[in-house]
Design a protein around this ligand. Structure first.
Ligand code: FES
Length: 348
């Protein structure tokens, strides 16, 4: 018989899970587990760093390159996992692993060129050459494949195929699965041939230049109860799928809300004795870095947790997909989150 203390702990834990599930109708998988709050004098967040060498790069679709990164004794990973790739410039970008999980000598990732992005994909496409030595952190998995479901539906948009392909490959023989693969055109869709090779009769290709948008209503109508649904791709696609299939598991590559949008507020940086103004159109991170240039950050999208800071006073408008209820009680990700009121005080 469990003791009273055990029962209380179990009930409290369940309550937290239910609250979190209610708060997030969609099961979002941010890219990284949360780093510990940085010590006041510490440098980088704690994270496992691996040295790898780029041994092959190949264009696999319009604007998409596949990279093979080799290293010694690389940690295991499971379908859905990502690595954090530290580029020579210091920019850090997250990429799904899409190679063979059983290969301890290499990781394979694919990167789409975002011409109007923040520079990471341009650096990968234009400057990374075979032989380059890079740092990789991870791998980590917040988008795991749930085993034992009666059926699976995967919905990919463009580069969003990368975490889903290893999932399909990992399903036991005889598993019921389908894949809807959407893209602008077949030429822009990476790993299309590989996806079709896994079961052409189970894969629906929705190339925008051939038949327009996929019929998601028809797709949702055909989903049997108990089916596990996974979606990765552009925000609009994930939102459209979530509207029709609320239990979908999604993985985001871009922030849901703009960090700069919202009312102006003031941030007191208590340990530094500074106060900064955060106007509408500017993130707290940007404003704080103007005063404290060494403030740590990485993704600027609310995914990695590098910019997490302890909140001493004030109410936070949390806009990240990473922090859980407990972390939100006393901290915030300053790259995307803002103040609910006129003022915050940070332990910075
Ligand atoms: Fe990555 Fe803020 S969460 S920099």
């Amino acid at each position: 018989m469990p003791g009273l203390r055990t029962v209380v702990v179990v009930v409290a834990g369940a309550a937290v899970l239910v609250r979190r599930a209610l708060r997030r109708r969609i099961r979002v998988s941010p890219l990284w587990p949360l780093p510990a709050l940085a010590e006041p004098t510490s440098g980088r967040p704690r994270s496992r760093a691996l040295r790898v060498r780029l041994t092959a790069r190949e264009t696999v679709a319009e604007g998409v390159v596949r990279l093979r990164l080799e290293g010694r004794g690389l940690p295991d990973w499971a379908p859905g996992a990502h690595v954090d790739l530290v580029l020579p410039s210091g920019l850090v970008r997250q990429y799904s692993l899409c190679g063979d999980p059983g290969d301890p000598t290499s990781y394979t990732v694919a990167a789409r060129l975002v011409a109007d992005g923040r520079g990471g994909s341009r650096e990968v496409h234009e400057e990374l050459v075979v032989g380059a030595e890079l740092e990789v952190r991870g791998p980590r998995n917040r988008f795991p494949l749930v085993s034992g479901a009666p059926a699976y539906l995967f919905v990919a948009g463009g580069i969003g195929i990368t975490p889903l392909l290893p999932m399909v490959r990992a399903l036991p023989a005889g598993t019921e699965w389908r894949l809807l693969y959407c893209g602008r055109s077949r030429a822009s869709m990476p790993f299309l041939a590989e996806a079709l090779a896994l079961g052409a009769d189970r894969v629906t290709v929705a190339a925008g230049d051939e038949a327009g948008r996929a019929d998601l209503d028809a797709l949702a109508a055909g989903v049997a109860p108990g089916t596990e649904v996974y979606c990765c791709g552009p925000e609009e696609l994930m939102a459209a799928v979530a509207e029709r299939l609320p239990g979908v598991r999604v993985e985001r590559f871009a922030p849901r809300a703009s960090a700069g949008e919202g009312a102006a507020f003031e941030v007191e940086l208590r340990r530094s004795g500074r106060t900064v103004q955060v106007p509408d159109g500017t993130s707290a991170l940007t404003a704080i870095r103007a005063a404290l240039p060494d403030t740590l950050y990485s993704c600027e999208q609310g995914f990695c947790g590098t910019c997490r800071q302890r909140v001493l006073e004030g109410e936070v408008d949390h806009r990240d997909e990473l922090l859980g209820d407990a972390e939100r009680g006393d901290s915030m990700l300053i790259c995307v989150s803002r103040a609910r009121g006129e003022r915050l005080v940070l332990d910075l």
